[in-house]
Design a protein around this ligand. Structure first.
Ligand SMILES: *Cc1c(COP(=O)(O)O)cnc(C)c1O
Length: 402
């Protein structure tokens, strides 16, 4: 082992921007002085003495105990995502869904009420409607873009407003500042699932959010390898969320944390490239006769483009559209594509195509699908990092029936 007295200090990140933090925040260098972040695949940690073990367990001495609740690689990921979002503390989780579950379990109790936008990830709706309801936490679903519906849904017991912006798959934009004001005047928290934009394109804390949620599975990884999630917020709120992870166990594995750390280092370059490619695809699609509508707030004449520009520095990579016709026409187009993988994942370097009505949102009732705009002719693209010319040629050929 090298001489630890020659420890090299970490870069001072005070005042740095998100691109710098994505590369450098949170690193804990060992006495080996490795440059890339160390991976600690260990379930537990050892102590010098019985007294030290007791002090650690009692919380009197900081330090690692067991990787269900602390691990240095996972902690590096937690500190990095928190630094990027501009939040006090991050809590890593086994998946995006367990980040959402831990937020509900840690911060709500029986009898509390949630107002949630209709345009959220399909499984989030299932978690709320089927499981949280079973434990006495009710949810009212509202139109993401209707301030009047959010206001009308507030009850005395409302403790949380939950949304995604842009929404998946419809790409609608929420006015976070207006909703933060509404939440805070009703003693409720504003929780934003920032999966589609990542902190590179949008930092919800700047617009009044109290908690930011991530499915790290998507853009934070960026290459479709690992499932994971994160919650970011104040120390006080995250203490409760971390308590759920510690006690219930949906922990991020050190290996996955390490993969996400490597993903974060290229995140700012990737998000710009995804956004550029997606905008070109959206612009091209809207000119095509076989397409009814293109749903992408990055388009300059999209009704919410002004709000998108206020909150986001790029449109992200998800472009949805409705084909002329119904399920048959949507499926035909999907099956004819060559460069778009048919898969439910998004945020991958590889472009993907999804039919939301029969996959990601297939478990919703017909009524919920209709209210949520999940029509049979809706197709969602996650535009990847291939040549955009090749992607457009592929879409062109598929639309022409080739
Ligand atoms: C995928 C996704 C989730 C769930 O994340 P998992 O990592 O699959 O559990 C939550 N929110 C959004 C917006 C997503 O796209």
């Amino acid at each position: 082992m090298s001489d630890s007295s020659k420890q090299v200090p970490h870069a001072d990140l005070t005042g740095t921007r998100v691109e710098t933090r994505a590369v450098r925040a949170g690193q804990r260098r060992t006495p080996e002085l490795e440059h890339s972040e160390a991976l600690y695949p260990t379930s537990s940690f050892v102590y010098n003495s019985a007294a030290q073990a007791a002090a650690r367990f009692a919380g009197d001495e900081p330090g690692n105990i067991y990787s269900r609740f602390t691990n240095p690689t996972v902690a590096t990921f937690e500190d990095r995502i928190a630094a990027m979002e501009g939040g006090e503390r991050g809590v890593a989780t086994a998946s995006g869904m367990s980040a959402i579950l831990a937020t509900f379990m840690g911060l709500l109790q029986q009898g509390d009420h949630i107002v949630c936008s209709r345009g959220v990830f399909g499984t989030t709706t299932v978690l709320l409607q089927k499981y949280m309801a079973r434990f006495g936490i009710e949810t009212t679903f509202v139109d993401l873009t209707s301030q009047a519906e959010w206001e009308a849904a507030i009850r005395p017991e409302t403790r949380m407003l939950f949304l995604e912006t842009p929404s998946n798959p419809l790409g609608e934009i929420a006015d976070m500042e207006a909703l933060a004001t509404l939440a805070h005047s009703n003693e409720a928290l504003l929780v934003v699932d920032n999966c589609l934009c990542t902190p590179v394109l949008q930092q919800p804390f700047r617009h009044g959010a109290d908690i930011v949620i991530h499915s790290a599975t998507k853009y934070l990884d960026g290459q479709g390898r690992c499932v994971g999630g994160a919650v970011v917020g104040s120390n006080q709120l995250m203490e409760e969320v971390h308590g759920v992870i510690r006690s219930a166990g949906p922990t991020m594995s050190p290996f996955n944390a390490w993969v996400f750390l490597k993903g974060l280092e290229t995140l700012s370059l990737r998000m710009k490239a995804h956004s550029d490619n997606a905008l070109k695809v959206a612009q091209w699609l809207r000119e095509q006769p076989g397409i009814e509508t293109v749903l992408y707030a990055g388009l300059p004449d999209h009704p919410q483009n002004g709000l998108a520009r206020h909150q986001q520095s790029g449109g992200s990579g998800v472009v949805s559209f409705r084909v002329n016709g119904g399920r048959e026409q949507a499926w035909q187009l999907i099956d004819r594509l060559n460069l778009f993988s048919i898969t439910a994942n998004l945020g991958d370097a590889k472009s993907t195509v999804t039919h939301p009505a029969t996959t990601t949102h297939g478990r919703l009732s017909d009524e919920d699908k209709e209210q949520g705009g999940i029509t049979e002719n809706l197709v969602r693209l996650s535009v990847g990092l291939e040549s955009v010319e090749d992607l457009i040629e592929d879409l062109d050929r598929a639309l022409a029936g080739g």
